[in-house]
Design a protein around this ligand. Structure first.
Ligand code: G6P
Length: 368
């Protein structure tokens, strides 16, 4: 990896476009493409006999962890306890020594994540680290290292590290499912096949969506508040979208589980606050569409991020609709990350902020 911006205006833009290659590289470490199965995950964590998995991380890494909770529970039937590291470390979480703990960190140096790791280690848990920097403190203090192999990430707002974390966590959850006998070898092959398709799909999406996103970003840059909604794994992605936007454009944004709309945020809906609805045509689609109707009925403007089937199935008026290809639920979070990242990026560019080094933020937070 060469550390320069190449043809890009910012490292963040470069890192967004590097994702297909970075993910291919990361997956190559975990997947046997010829056999279509997960390889090399064992490390010293024996998923087969675990009673639970504790996950702790900060920022974007936490949201990758929250996404993986859905996968570990669904594919490996493994109960997951997850929290932001700054809470986890002080919560006095009762831990069972028959559980394992996973810490997700791009830098491997985040102070709160490291403190959570030490808490779990003292409780006798096996420790796994999903890190980008293999020589980091978090990696060194772990029993098993799961590198995400994203290459150096310079932009403060995480992009390729996030999708590489997701890809590695998806592979781990599938591998854990096989070890635990909760998914069949056939399902493993199917899921691994979907993972393997990701880089190609991502390249196609990246080549296509930029013009739509740029137009939309111009409108978004005039807004004061933005609400993101999603269900299932689109819920952590809604939070990641809001985080990315506020980090680099300084526009106030919130990510909510779409089902929580009527428990609060619906009071904020008016024509000034765009609502970004992340809704692939999955088993949650109809429910999310009914939330969209609630937004539309109150004069809210909708930015609909969906797939081809989803676009065909809804005729609600929107401010913009971004249509992605139909993909399996297992890889939706990675594919749907792309418009989320590009939207934040182009909005920030319109606003003229310091995209790679946004005010008040640090790439790695090594103090509490
Ligand atoms: C900082 C960075 C974020 C990152 C978080 C966790 O807040 O600005 O981009 O997600 O720390 O960092 P880590 O290195 O532990 O993933």
């Amino acid at each position: 990896y060469v550390i320069d911006k190449g043809n890009h205006r910012h490292f963040m833009e470069k890192e967004i476009y590097e994702q297909p290659e970075a993910i291919s590289h990361a997956l190559g470490h975990y997947i046997d493409f010829a056999e279509r199965k997960v390889s090399a995950i064992a490390g010293s964590i024996d998923f087969a006999n675990l009673s639970g998995l504790a996950i702790s991380a900060c920022g974007t890494a936490y949201l990758a962890g929250l996404t993986s909770k859905y996968w570990f529970e669904r594919y490996a039937r493994l109960p997951v306890e997850i929290d932001v590291a700054s809470e986890f470390r002080y919560r006095e979480v009762p831990l069972n020594a028959n559980s394992a703990a996973l810490f997700i960190s791009q830098s491997g140096e985040t102070a709160d994540t490291l403190a959570s790791l030490r808490y779990c280690r003292d409780a006798g848990l096996k420790i796994g680290a999903v890190v980008n920097v293999r020589e980091s403190t978090i990696a060194r203090e772990s029993d098993a290292i799961f590198p995400i192999l994203a290459g150096p990430e310079i932009g403060v707002a995480s992009t390729k590290a996030f999708t590489c974390q997701l890809s590695v966590l998806a592979a781990l959850a599938i591998g854990a499912g096989r070890q635990r006998g909760t998914i069949s070898a056939e399902l493993e092959q199917t899921l691994v096949g979907h993972l393997a398709e990701m880089p190609r799909i991502m390249s196609a999406v990246l080549n296509r969506i930029q013009p739509t996103i740029e137009t939309l970003a111009r409108d978004l840059s005039k807004c004061k508040d933005v609400l993101y909604l999603g269900r299932g794994t689109s819920y952590p992605l809604a939070m990641e979208g809001a985080l990315k936007l506020k980090e680099i454009s300084y526009i106030h944004a919130e990510g909510y589980a779409a089902g929580e709309l009527k428990h609060g945020p619906i009071a904020l809906i008016d024509e000034n606050m765009p609502v970004i609805v992340i809704a692939p045509h999955d088993r949650f689609f109809e429910k999310t569409v009914s939330n969209m109707q609630e937004v539309a009925a109150r004069g809210g403007r909708i930015i609909f991020i969906t797939d081809e089937k989803g676009a065909a199935a809804s005729d609600l008026p929107t401010m913009a609709t971004i249509v992605l290809p139909d993909v399996d639920e297992a890889i939706q979070p990675m594919i749907f990350s792309l418009p989320i990242q590009l939207l934040a990026y182009h909005t920030a560019v319109f606003m003229g902020t310091d995209v790679d080094q946004p005010r008040n933020l640090a790439k790695s937070v090594t103090v509490e």
